[in-house]
Design a protein around this ligand. Sequence first.
Ligand SMILES: C[S@@+](CC[C@H](N)C(=O)[O-])C[C@H]1O[C@@H](n2cnc3c(N)ncnc32)[C@H](O)[C@@H]1O
Length: 224
Amino acid sequence: MAKNKLQKFEDVDRFSNVFEYTDFDDGSPKPKGKWHGEIFKNDNPIVLELACGKGEYTINLARMHPDKNFIGIDKKGWRMWTGAKQALEEPLPNVHFMRIYIDHLADYFEKGEVDEIWITFPDPYLRESKASKRLTSWKFLEIYRKVANPGTIVHLKTDSDELYSFTLETIVEENCEIVDRLDDVYAERPDDPVLSIKTYYEKMHLKEGKTIHYVSFRLNRDDD
Ligand SMILES: C[S@@+](CC[C@H](N)C(=O)[O-])C[C@H]1O[C@@H](n2cnc3c(N)ncnc32)[C@H](O)[C@@H]1O
């Protein structure tokens, strides 16, 4: 029988590979600066999947790259239950999940602790008044710079034409370098083992006949 949200909340609460934090700072110790030494216990690069939902990229990339650490981040705990459970069962010791607002990333990572960022099918926030909530807005790029190594690559996969165009414009305005760009992932590179990992939302968009876009770019430093 499928588990309901409440049961998933309870499970996630006791999963050893999930950190959960309340929206307000209740003073509980945070993992900032401890990811390598205390949590993963290695010096391997750290890759974030932001807006991870069930964590398909976190899980599949972690299988492909045991020499890297992966952290799926979302504000909704019951969604990450799927990925966290899989990682515990396999097991995938290079996987962690964290329930926080991405807006507060700098409270959970030291500068330079993050080496790569994936953003998978984030909400496009189409209304102009909500543009700063888009996870590729300059406001969020500023947050990523606070935790990332210089030269960190940010990958975006989206079904939204508007978010894709907005991101391409932001890349130019922010003087970032495009690493790779596919206007139509499955027409241009259908056999790419990484780009053909499909998330829950992606599968729904594909059923609706939507085109999937991908762009990756190098995050420049604060002073570039
Ligand atoms: C459309 S879903 C995509 C989920 C998953 N990546 C997928 O493709 O199936 C967007 C996700 O972003 C999360 N999200 C949106 N804004 C967020 C924020 N500021 N901080 C953390 N998570 C956020 C939502 O909770 C939701 O799970």
